[in-house]
Design a protein around this ligand. Structure first.
Ligand SMILES: Cc1cc2nc3c(=O)[nH]c(=O)nc-3n(C[C@H](O)[C@H](O)[C@H](O)COP(=O)(O)OP(=O)(O)OC[C@H]3O[C@@H](n4cnc5c(N)ncnc54)[C@H](O)[C@@H]3O)c2cc1C
Length: 520
């Protein structure tokens, strides 16, 4: 006889359940990382029972991490078992906390970016960004450089033409470790039942493939359990969301939600790569506090980005560049030292005398003569950049994932154009000179060995109103399957220029509101 577990407040290690248990609730969330925990927190105190299924334990376990191991083909990439954490709190146990908002242009259908366009606009996400902000322990929901300047007159953007190059604001989360910060709230919630070591290995759909009948959960101990709920949310991150849908192929032979061969496709990363140097004409720059500061408890900084009008005119992708001051030695070796020899001498003196760096709270942060330019650029959506299944199986019998990360010519050309515009604008304004690294100027398709992703996994279950062009609809519901939704960066149709977590948490809160309407 099957043991039936209804939600009562507590955390249960699924290894302690009798084999063949049935877990029942109203809302079942699969995955307890940033997205899954953000969703669960929204439902605390509601009349609904929430099952939060976490594949890993409360802490790091090599056997759990090994379930993430996969094959890399295409461009070199981080080992999959190192790129995500398989435990309560998910990858927020590793993340660095860089946060910013997507720009309006990121949501637009851009005719020069194939497959671009979200079925929602930036302003649709604004209220959810505002709600996501405190969850990530960020400061005020404000990403306008001019308004930060009102808070502190020392925060002056570089006087470049803002219709060409503007200062885009970032804030830094402490970074919030969801598994630590929200542990007590989840454990103590009367209507949330957290199951750890509860790996979902299959989503079981009805015969017509219009609804989920249940989930199969497996453990290393060989036990298997069933889960039933009214609504289900996948929150396992991009690679595992796709893997789980593709492996749920008992009835849907190509994988659940994959009738149009879209699941796993359009995997995207941010291209993070050193791209150039900036020699600053320091006498013309009022101060550089804007580009790294702490105000009250908020750590923030500006980066340089190209205005949407320039992106349109040049038909390029969105990107942003951070300014990291170089050392006196680097200045001496650079070709920029002729710019301002007095500053170089002063910098050498201060290094020799061991002068402390300017305090983050001082009103003026003097400009350095030399900065490293580190770019973060969106990757163009590409159906050939994809996650699929291998024939090898993990310890729980699930096919392992294969990642084939691929880029296009547009990705490369966008860097060249970006630096061309940036260089001309610094020259025109008399503020300094930009020196591109050699690889930026080369037109051949090869990428330098310094190319890296940002550890950001996006795409794979993209959002589109048309089921032939997207896996989920604008409400994050799997097309055609009324009680299954997906959240996380896997639903992003395009990657934006900035790190994904703030946006994916905002989307999760938006999905939560949709589910409230469904569950009543
Ligand atoms: C080194 C590093 C630095 C980063 N820095 C930043 C940054 O500065 N800014 C930023 O925005 N982002 C950053 N990220 C990315 C950020 O960590 C992710 O965007 C974020 O964690 C994604 O949240 P998520 O909930 O979708 O996925 P995750 O946090 O990965 O959570 C997924 C959860 O699902 C669980 N799970 C998976 N499969 C199953 C299954 N089959 N059954 C049950 N449970 C399952 C996992 O155990 C995990 O708990 C960084 C990532 C890394 C690795």
């Amino acid at each position: 006889m099957r043991a039936v577990f209804h939600a009562i407040a507590m955390h249960i290690d699924a290894r302690s359940l009798p084999n063949g248990s049935l877990l029942e609730g109203d809302l079942c969330i699969v995955g307890a990382g940033a997205a899954g925990i953000a969703m669960a927190l929204e439902w605390i105190g509601s009349k609904h029972t929430v099952l939060l299924l976490e594949g890993g334990g409360l802490d790091y376990e090599p056997a759990m991490q090994d379930l993430y191991r996969g094959k890399i083909v295409g461009l070199p990439y981080f080992p999959l078992e190192a790129a995500r954490l398989h435990q309560f709190g998910g990858t927020t146990g590793h993340w660095a906390g860089f946060c910013s908002t997507f720009d309006a242009i990121d949501f637009e259908q851009r005719d020069w970016v194939p497959y671009s366009g979200w079925p929602l606009r930036r302003e649709d996400l604004d209220p959810f960004y505002a709600r996501a902000q405190p969850l990530l322990q960020l400061g005020p929901y404000d990403y306008a450089a001019a308004r930060w300047q009102r808070r502190d007159p020392g925060l002056v953007p570089l006087p470049l033409d803002p219709t060409v190059v503007w200062t885009k604001m970032w804030q830094f989360s402490p970074p919030t470790r969801f598994g630590v910060v929200y542990r007590d709230a989840i454990f103590g919630a009367p209507n949330v039942q957290l199951y750890t070591h509860a790996n979902v290995c299959e989503i079981v759909a009805n015969e017509a493939l219009t609804a989920v009948d249940g989930l199969r959960v497996r453990g290393h101990d060989g036990k298997e359990h069933r889960v039933r709920a009214r609504q289900y949310v996948l929150a396992c991150c991009s690679i595992q969301n796709a893997r789980l849908l593709l492996a749920s192929n008992r009835r849907a032979t190509a994988g659940l939600g994959n009738a149009h061969d879209l699941v796993g496709r359009f995997f995207m990363e941010h291209l993070e790569i050193p791209s150039g140097h900036l020699g600053l004409e320091t006498s013309r720059v009022p101060g550089m506090k804007m580009y790294a500061f702490t105000l009250g408890v908020t750590k923030a900084r500006g980066e340089l980005a190209l205005h949407a009008g320039v992106q349109r005119a040049r038909r390029i992708l969105n990107g942003t560049v951070s300014l990291e001051p170089g050392t006196a030695d680097e200045v001496a070796k650079s070709t920029f030292q002729s710019l301002n020899p007095q500053v170089l001498a002063a910098m050498r003196d201060s290094t020799e005398q061991g002068a402390p760096p300017p305090s983050a709270d001082s009103t003026v942060v003097p400009p350095a003569p030399f900065y490293h330019l580190m770019t973060r650029q969106e990757q163009a959506p590409n159906p050939l950049s994809r996650v699929s299944l291998t024939t090898e199986r993990d310890a729980l019998g699930m096919p392992r994932a294969q990642l084939d990360w691929r880029l296009t010519d547009l990705d490369k050309r966008s860097f060249r154009e970006f630096y061309g515009v940036l260089g001309r604008e610094f020259g025109r304004s008399g503020l300094g000179r930009v020196q591109m690294l050699d690889w930026v100027t080369h037109t051949e398709p090869a990428w330098p060995s310094t190319l890296s992703g940002g550890w950001h996994h996006m795409g794979t279950t993209r959002m589109h109103d048309d089921p032939k062009r997207g896996v989920v609809n604008a409400s994050c519901q799997l097309h055609g399957v009324a009680n299954l939704s997906i959240t996380g960066a896997s639903v992003f149709p395009t990657a934006g220029a900035v790190n994904p977590t703030l946006t994916l948490v905002a989307l999760t809160l938006r999905l939560s509101d949709h589910l409230r309407l469904k569950l009543g």
